[in-house]
Ligand binder design. Structure first.
Ligand SMILES: CCCCCCCCCC/C=C/CC(=O)SCCNC(=O)CCNC(=O)[C@H](O)C(C)(C)COP(=O)(O)OP(=O)(O)OC[C@H]1O[C@@H](n2cnc3c(N)ncnc32)[C@H](O)[C@@H]1OP(=O)(O)O
Length: 273
């Protein structure tokens, strides 16, 4: 049970919030769990909650690190909620995209040590969240991770691409994005998409162990280094947020894209029958 005793502090109501934040003020480590069953798809509400949670943690001087995880077994995140992109309005699309931009700028630009505990599938937007952390530990087994956008007939935006480039390099990114490739944990490890693969039950203990190394480094020096490494990619989006949001809404509204998304949703439903 989380958040029941000192030194834990909750930023969300247990069992209610779609983004649950448990702050351990003794260690300075916050755990942020996505909690939107069945698959933690990222809709406008979740992205808004996530953006706010990240902003609060960044402002909390007692907080030094954050673990991004899931409260839903078997899933890290299924990525963006496809229903936000299918038969939506241009206004809603723009609001949705702004919330994604803000959550991502907060995560990729966070001063905290950020670690992803990937205890389930992590396609598309889920993979973006994981890649935006400083370190990734993934559960071995049947779970998959990757930017699969082209398989849906959509295109990973330039900032998704930039983050992947910074994570696995140009050649692997080119293949991964064109093919919309999804990788097993072992394959992801072999191309550097994740940093460690362990059995499911060991993901959290491994993250906690790795955090000890990172927290030995003085914050100021680490933060200056992180900022210097990530600034260019962050600034590229910051300088064209509105244009990017408008471009997304226009692109998603195209008939051909809507047809592809409709077919993809049908294929997801068909898998079950
Ligand atoms: C120059 C051009 C520039 C272009 C610029 C703009 C372009 C736009 C870019 C937009 C970027 C998008 C990034 C994304 O994140 S798109 C989302 C991609 N996500 C996926 O493809 C994941 C699909 N889901 C799965 O593969 C599986 O669900 C799973 C994650 C492997 C889990 O499998 P599991 O068997 O456990 O669960 P189910 O498949 O039975 O799913 C349960 C129900 O959830 C629904 N579902 C699944 N994923 C999503 C989703 N992402 N959004 C909404 N709903 C989702 C699924 O349909 C089931 O619903 P049901 O119970 O009602 O049938």
């Amino acid at each position: 049970q989380v958040c029941t005793q000192v030194p834990y502090r909750c930023y969300s109501t247990p069992g209610v919030g779609q983004v649950q934040v448990d702050m351990n003020s003794e260690t300075g480590v916050a755990t942020v769990r996505l909690n939107r069953p069945p698959v933690n798809s990222l809709n406008l509400d979740v992205l808004t909650e996530l953006g706010i949670a990240l902003e609060k943690l960044d402002a909390d001087r007692t907080c030094r690190a954050m673990v991004l995880a899931s409260a839903v077994p078997g899933i890290f995140s299924a990525g963006l909620d496809i229903l936000e992109m299918y038969q939506s309005t241009p206004e809603r699309c723009v609001a949705f995209w702004r919330a994604l931009q803000d959550a991502w700028l907060g995560l990729y630009g966070s001063r905290l040590v950020t670690m992803a505990a990937i205890e389930g599938h992590s396609p598309a937007g889920g993979c973006l969240l994981a890649m935006s952390c400083d370190y990734r530990v993934m559960a071995d087994g049947k779970f998959q991770i990757g930017l699969n956008e082209t398989r849906l007939g959509i295109v990973a935006p330039f900032w998704f691409e930039d983050v992947m480039l910074n994570t696995i390099g140009h050649r692997e990114t080119e293949k991964a994005l064109q093919l919309g490739a999804m990788y097993s944990a072992q394959q992801a490890l072999s191309i550097g998409l994740v940093d460690k693969v362990v059995p499911l039950a060991e993901v959290m203990p491994t993250v906690q162990g790795e955090l000890k190394n990172w927290l030995q480094i003085p914050d100021a020096a680490r933060v200056i280094t992180k900022t210097s490494m990530r600034k260019q990619v962050l600034d590229r989006l910051r300088s064209q947020k509105e244009k990017d949001a408008q471009f997304f809404a226009d692109f998603i509204g195209r008939d051909s894209v809507q047809r592809s998304l409709g077919a993809y949703i049908a294929s997801l439903q068909k898998r079950k029958s």
